[in-house]
Design a protein around this ligand. Structure first.
Ligand SMILES: CC(=O)CC(=O)SCCNC(=O)CCNC(=O)[C@H](O)C(C)(C)COP(=O)(O)OP(=O)(O)OC[C@H]1O[C@@H](n2cnc3c(N)ncnc32)[C@H](O)[C@@H]1OP(=O)(O)O
Ligand SMILES: NC(=O)C1=CN([C@@H]2O[C@H](COP(=O)(O)OP(=O)(O)OC[C@H]3O[C@@H](n4cnc5c(N)ncnc54)[C@H](OP(=O)(O)O)[C@@H]3O)[C@@H](O)[C@H]2O)C=CC1
Length: 293
């Protein structure tokens, strides 16, 4: 009998993890939100509360639905608190060794039939699955940022992912009122294979002095009708994540066209990771974002 998903665990309470918990709770799933840092869980819950309040103000969510959804989310301070989840989605930092450790600890506590998923932007699902005791019940469920507003989810099967897991994941994504696109398990899948080289090229354009931050973003917003300029979007995604994706593309496809721009490396080394650290290609500490170059 196919597994019925009732309770979803989310590991990593950062911008993606809180968004995933948010949409799962609104869709009626019980949710357990975990992070290595308990303070992150509290700030993740506060963000969800604030984002749902925005939706209530807009009229897209009722106040009753907001309250019911918030009541469905519990803080899971320890991995053991995820034991009764039917599906666990890992959404921690984009580093393979971090994710592998999370999955090996998780396998000690979750029931054998639970599905494990990663929200990784780029890392091989087959390799992550191999770090678990259930590669056939492992899948990539890749949400887009900001999760409550973006319609797409990429579904990525590893070499061993079975049909039951794939079907259960499709049903899950559909119940979230999202649309899936199926991607094969190649570095960075579809969206990031295309989007991140574009962002990296925008950073090269800045690095080579072709345009300022302001000109590059203005050019792509008004000249190509993108909702955000590429440097604004890089800051939104997080420059650490952008660099990690480019490194996976560069190493995984062994093609110099994916070489991360040295300026991106420098920003990450400075700890200027974009919006989440208040500084990246823009400085967000004042009233309005100010370009840093
Ligand atoms: C890296 C990866 O692995 C994959 C990725 O995700 S790549 C990144 C993919 N995402 C993108 O490319 C996003 C590009 N940007 C956009 O599409 C748009 O700028 C956007 C949808 C983010 C925002 O759209 P916008 O028209 O600028 O609207 P904005 O005014 O900021 O927000 C729209 C509404 O949603 C609300 N909102 C914003 N974030 C929200 C959130 N997380 N939750 C709930 N509501 C939210 C806002 O408060 C706003 O409400 P009002 O209309 O009442 O003001
Ligand atoms: N940003 C984006 O636009 C998108 C990102 N993704 C992917 O989602 C994942 C998360 O990204 P995002 O939310 O942006 O990143 P964030 O940096 O906002 O959040 C990551 C969270 O994971 C926590 N974390 C780190 N190690 C562990 C651990 N061992 N156990 C539990 N939690 C841990 C971090 O804590 P601390 O800060 O204390 O280390 C942080 O709270 C990444 O794989 C990323 O590639 C997917 C789609 C879009």
């Amino acid at each position: 009998m196919p597994l019925e998903i009732k309770k979803v665990g989310v590991i990593g309470a950062g911008q993606m993890g809180n968004g995933i918990a948010h949409v799962c709770a609104l869709a009626g799933y019980d949710v357990a939100l975990n992070d290595a840092d308990p303070d992150r869980i509290r700030s993740g819950l506060a963000t969800i509360n604030g984002n749902m309040a925005k939706q209530v103000a807009k009229g897209s969510v009722s106040e009753t639905d907001r309250q019911e959804a918030l009541a469905r989310i519990v803080a899971a301070d320890k991995t053991e608190d995820l034991a009764d989840c039917d599906l666990v989605i890992e959404s921690a930092t984009e580093r393979e060794e971090v994710k592998r450790k999370i999955f090996s600890a998780l396998c000690q506590v979750v029931k054998p039939e639970a599905i494990l998923a990663s929200n990784t932007s780029s890392i091989s699902i087959t390799r992550l699955a191999a770090a678990t005791d259930r590669p056939e019940r492992f899948i990539g469920i890749h949400f887009m940022n900001p999760v409550p507003l973006m319609e797409l989810v990429e579904l990525v099967r590893g070499i061993a992912t079975d049909d039951e897991t794939f079907e259960a994941s499709k049903t899950f994504v559909t119940r979230l009122h999202k649309t899936y696109a199926v991607a094969e398990d190649f570095p960075a899948f579809i969206v990031n294979r295309i989007l991140l080289p574009m962002i990296n090229e925008a950073i090269y354009t800045l690095y080579e002095g072709v345009g300022s931050v302001d000109s590059i973003d203005r050019a792509m917003k008004l000249g190509a009708n993108h909702p955000m300029g590429p440097l604004q979007l890089a800051d939104f995604i997080g420059l650490d994540t952008c660099l990690a994706v480019m490194q996976v593309l560069h190493e995984g496809l062994a093609d110099s066209k994916y070489r991360p721009c040295p300026l991106l490396v420098k920003y990450v080394e400075a700890g200027w990771l974009g919006r989440k650290t208040q500084r990246g290609f823009y400085d967000y500490r004042g009233e309005k974002p100010v370009p840093t170059r």
